[in-house]
Design a protein around this ligand. Structure first.
Ligand SMILES: *Cc1c(COP(=O)(O)O)cnc(C)c1O
Length: 466
């Protein structure tokens, strides 16, 4: 399998190199040159498989001969054995034909574990084979940092440096990062905000000379293709559990960077009958505004009760734009260069095509809280604020009540106790057993000034040069 850049100028790469690369050299994102396609008969034959067996069938064509089949199977068995629920991604019914797929039984209680538990293993496998080392550098405002640290804690060939804004992440989120033990794990609290952290990461990827040529940076955010790939699997898993592929499914996806829902779009292109995909956003609604009015325009960032979806631009949207433009990299490049300067639109027929592929909705904090409260009152089931947005958007956008509507449950409610409290409920969602002692564990992190030279010096000094 070859991978090409959405901006058409960078060289095509194989799976291993795509894994180790962040952005393509032309500033684009990598996508598969062609997608595998599964027949209904083939998908039907996957009924009753374990999650990791299914994951193998869905992902193997993407990995191809980069990893021998037996090694890849073993890696997937280990990855999904880490999850605290035997079904890995269990479905919970809320109403007639209405479901939540719980994607929060991994070590850090958010769906990002599905991809990052695998990514850490993939990286170490490829690096062992090549006898290479990488430094992961990432910025986090919450869930990505902890999932990446958990995913890489046992990697022999990876050092991981996660920057978070000092005193500006929740205590649960900070502790999930800073209490993980391992010599290769480095938490940096930057005296600045999330944008400062992200800017330092971007600049460092652009110029890696501070590493002295002895190692290279690798990315763990959803521009990394392997993350998208791992997220395709659970769309198949949900469908098979509810009678697919002999009936089609609808999915509602709480969306920030457009990674998770893009994986659903790919599942459909790979042959899974999906009749509706709902983009669910919070007040940071650039995608909903684009879908409603064909105008792609950055607004000021709003802080909401669903912080993991607080983004101004969705980086993975570029991957969809590439398809909408008939895979014309130059057209995408021009469009996104213009989008950096001001609002842009696409040709009407392309936009109409996008509207056929996706529905969308934006949900504010008050409606998020109402949904958490109503669902608890009706089902004694506690939604986290991100999932609540998905559930509400599913109800607002639903087209056919005969089609099962599945909302992706992206986080455990215990991660976001403030939203639960704000919805007027007196229940406190308890942390699951494997995290019950989170507040007693010892924390390790280094506070640094908002200064890129200082941060780079810290990284250069602290990655272990084995
Ligand atoms: C990251 C995250 C999202 C957004 O996912 P994208 O792939 O960026 O669209 C939604 N909910 C939670 C809880 C998250 O951690």
């Amino acid at each position: 399998m070859r991978y090409i850049s959405t901006r058409g100028e960078a060289p095509a790469l194989g799976f291993e190199d795509v894994l180790l690369t962040g952005l393509a050299t032309d500033g684009g994102l990598y996508v598969p040159e062609s997608l595998p396609h599964f027949s209904l008969e083939e998908i039907r034959s996957w009924r009753g498989l374990s999650y990791s067996e299914l994951a193998f069938n869905v992902m193997h064509p993407f990995v191809d001969d980069a990893i021998p089949a037996d090694d890849f199977r073993k890696m997937l068995d280990e990855t999904y054995a880490v999850f605290a629920h035997k079904a890995v991604a269990p479905l919970v019914q809320l109403d007639t034909n209405e479901w939540v797929m719980e994607l929060f039984h991994g070590p850090t209680l958010a769906f990002k574990d599905f991809a990052l538990q695998l990514l850490g293993r993939l990286l170490d496998y490829v690096l062992e084979k090549r006898q290479q080392h990488v430094v992961i550098m990432g910025a986090t405002s919450g869930d990505t940092g902890s999932a990446a640290i958990e995913g890489c804690r046992r990697c022999k060939h990876v050092d991981i440096f996660i920057l978070h804004p000092y005193q500006r992440v929740s205590e649960v989120q900070r502790r999930q990062m800073t209490t993980v033990e391992g010599d290769n794990i480095h938490n940096i609290a930057v005296r600045g905000n999330f944008d400062d952290c992200q800017r330092m990461v971007k600049e460092s990827f652009g110029n890696q000379s501070f590493l002295g040529g002895k190692t290279q940076l690798a990315a763990v955010n959803s521009i990394n293709w392997a993350r998208i790939m791992a997220q395709i699997v659970y769309y198949f898993h949900a469908s098979l559990a509810l009678g697919g592929p002999d009936r089609s499914m609808a999915f509602s996806v709480p969306t920030g960077n457009f990674g998770d829902i893009f994986a659903g779009y790919l599942a459909k292109k790979m042959g899974l009958p999906i009749s509706q995909l709902v983009i669910a956003t919070n007040r940071n609604d650039i995608l909903h505004r684009f879908m409603s009015g064909n105008k792609y325009e950055q607004h000021q960032l709003e802080h909401t009760l669903s912080p993991s979806m607080d983004i101004m631009v969705s980086s993975n949207f570029e991957r969809l734009l590439f398809d909408l433009h008939g895979r014309d990299g130059l057209a995408v490049k021009t469009l996104l260069e213009n989008a950096a300067k001001g609002p842009v639109s696409i040709e009407d027929y392309r936009w109409k095509h996008a509207r056929k592929l996706f529905d969308s909705d934006a949900v504010d904090d008050k409606t998020t809280c109402d949904t958490i409260r109503e669902t608890y009152d009706q089902n004694e089931y506690l939604l986290d604020p991100h999932t609540a947005i998905g559930v509400r958007a599913a109800r607002n956008c639903r087209r056919d009540p005969a089609v099962p509507m599945i909302t992706l449950g992206t986080a455990h409610p215990a991660k976001f106790p403030d939203a639960v409290a704000e919805s007027g409920l007196s229940v406190q969602p308890p942390l699951p057993a494997h995290m019950a002692d989170l507040f007693e564990r010892e924390e390790r992190y280094t506070v640094l000034d908002n200064n890129i030279a200082g941060v780079q010096e810290f990284i250069a000094k602290n990655w272990k040069k084995t």
